[in-house]
Design a protein around this ligand. Structure first.
Ligand code: GAP
Length: 510
């Protein structure tokens, strides 16, 4: 497959063992661990639904597999992450510009890019359960149950067979290791087959006139085909980047892990065009820069790791993933790929149009090399949710013994400020409304006057609002309010006139 690479997931330690019975025991330990993590994942999924973050698509019709809708708070969270990425790329780098290319592209684009021929995953079906697996997922899950030495050997064999496109060999490997289906428990497998992941549709009014086109499986090609348009109109000098965010579609056969693997998802990609021969230094630069971006979200470094690709896609000379410690373990959230001049050269050949750059410093035309950074927006949402979601036991003196809180970085929180009048009368709601009117041109606010203050705080905790302001009778006397901080739950008295600037200071991105 073009973009998906077999990976080693999880470090294994301890002495080697070769007893089938022990392997079986380890397999069940593995599933117990999976279930514990699954609980956290299930709790996050339940919370997202209950509080308006993420819903199953077409839920009233029993849902559509691996397709999700963002609710009122999820859409804000996602937009804030997108904005932070967009501004980090296009505002904080004066040599990166952003574009917005169409989802539909000329069908030849996908022939040139290699997606028509190569964008597929090897799959295998269990004949008893009818369950379909991506073979690398199936083998990797089994490898997790083995000691390090055995696991490494198995994964190495798998990678060699996948690299050689030896599908019969992969089936043999599954059979030799007696890898069974998690549903039926049997080893009754079909042959391994390749499934193309692109969705096709018809462009044109009549079937006989219509052309088959594809929903784009990556946003990157919209950047490659516009390389010269942007370079010329923007008078861009190499090195420079083109950034884009937008929907991508893949007919994932095994879609799982909530919004981790979806059929319709959003990518945030940046292609950085460099002089041939300089790609190694730019690849290192972008690895470091992207990791710094992740750490700027307040996530600790030990929740991240790099994973170098063993099997490189045909266009790449270097590639790695930034993996995050999701509830299901370390998994890819972003890819960094040195894509050489493959894509531009292919488009040059298939379109017959020159896609070269004239470098005035060396007086030469060349096809630039490209270093790509590609992060899934939905995966970034899931990363932020996984990191922020906390079930906390609280001391009795707080009168509430537990809470669920989403400790989002304030700049990403869907609602930045909740304004809560203590009572519905005595002019307190009016003061609250005035404060909201002052703040709402600058950031998203929320007004609520129903229920006790404690209950209102809990509801704001559950959607991740970093600051709550309570307007009480003292406010009328001395123009002060209580500010309550989500994470520490501490409160202090501040001047009403200072609220807007205090919040603006805490939510600034740069
Ligand atoms: N242009 C390069 C490219 O598309 P990729 O590794 O296939 O590379 C990049 O995808 C990122 O897109 C991944 O790191 C992941 O975050 C996201 N992504 C890929 N497939 C996805 C899916 N089915 N659901 C959600 N996100 C996905």
């Amino acid at each position: 497959m073009l973009e998906t690479k077999p990976k080693h997931n999880g470090e294994k330690t301890g002495k080697a063992h070769n007893q089938t019975i022990e392997a079986t025991l380890n397999y069940s330990t593995y599933f117990c661990a999976l279930m514990a993590n699954d609980n956290k994942l299930q709790n996050i999924i339940g919370h997202c639904k209950e509080y308006g973050f993420i819903f199953q698509s077409s839920e009233i019709y029993d849902g559509l597999g691996a397709v999700y809708d963002y609710g009122q708070y999820g859409a804000e969270l996602k937009k804030n992450i997108r904005d932070y990425w967009w501004r980090s790329m296009t505002q904080m780098h004066d040599n990166i510009v952003g574009i917005d290319a169409a989802i539909f592209m000329h069908p030849t684009v996908w022939k040139a890019s290699g997606h028509v021929d190569n964008f597929s995953d090897p799959m295998i079906d269990n004949k008893d359960s009818q369950k379909r697996y991506r073979v690398d997922h199936l083998i990797e899950a089994y490898a997790e149950t083995l000691e390090k030495e055995q696991s490494d050997a198995l994964l190495q064999q798998m990678e060699q067979l996948l690299a050689a496109n030896d599908l019969a060999g992969i089936k043999q490997l599954i059979e030799d290791n007696k890898i069974s289906c998690a549903v039926s428990g049997t080893c009754n497998w079909t042959d391994v087959r390749q499934f193309n992941l692109m969705f096709a549709t018809q462009l044109g009014s009549l079937a006989e006139e219509a052309n088959e086109i594809y929903l784009r499986p990556e946003t990157a090609q919209g950047i490659f085909v516009n390389f010269l348009n942007v370079q010329k109109t923007g008078r861009m000098k190499i090195p420079f980047g083109i950034a884009q965010t937008g929907k991508a579609f893949r007919n994932e056969i095994v879609a799982r892990g909530f919004i981790f693997r979806m059929r319709e998802f959003e990518q945030m990609e940046m292609q950085f065009f460099v002089k041939p021969g300089t790609q190694k230094e730019w690849y290192e630069y972008w690895k470091e820069t992207r990791m710094k971006w992740h750490l700027s979200l307040g996530i600790s470094a030990d929740h991240y790791r790099f994973h170098d690709h063993v099997k490189l896609a045909h266009y790449a000379d270097m590639a790695c993933d930034i993996e995050f410690d999701f509830p299901m373990g370390f998994k890819e959230v972003e890819g960094i790929h040195s894509r050489t001049d493959f894509d531009l050269k292919q488009h040059q050949e298939f379109s017959g149009k020159k896609l070269t750059y004239f470098d005035t410093e060396i007086n030469q035309h060349y096809v630039p090399y490209v270093v790509e950074t590609s992060i899934g927006l939905d995966r970034a949402v899931m990363m932020i949710l996984s990191e922020a979601y906390k079930e906390e036991d609280l001391s009795a003196d707080d009168k509430v013994d537990s809470r669920v809180v989403l400790s989002f970085p304030p700049m990403l929180a869907p609602i930045k400020l909740a304004v809560l009048p203590l009572t519905k009368k005595d002019g307190l709601p009016e003061i609250a409304r005035d404060l909201i009117n002052e703040c709402k041109p600058h950031f998203k606010c929320f007004y609520e006057e129903k229920d006790s203050i404690g209950k209102r705080y809990r509801r704001q905790d559950a959607i991740g609002t970093p600051f709550c302001i309570t307007i009480d009778h003292q406010t009328k006397e001395d123009q002060t309010v209580t500010i309550r901080y989500r994470d520490s739950m501490t409160q202090e008295r501040i001047a009403l006139a200072d609220v807007k600037n205090l919040v603006m200071d805490k939510i600034k991105m740069f």
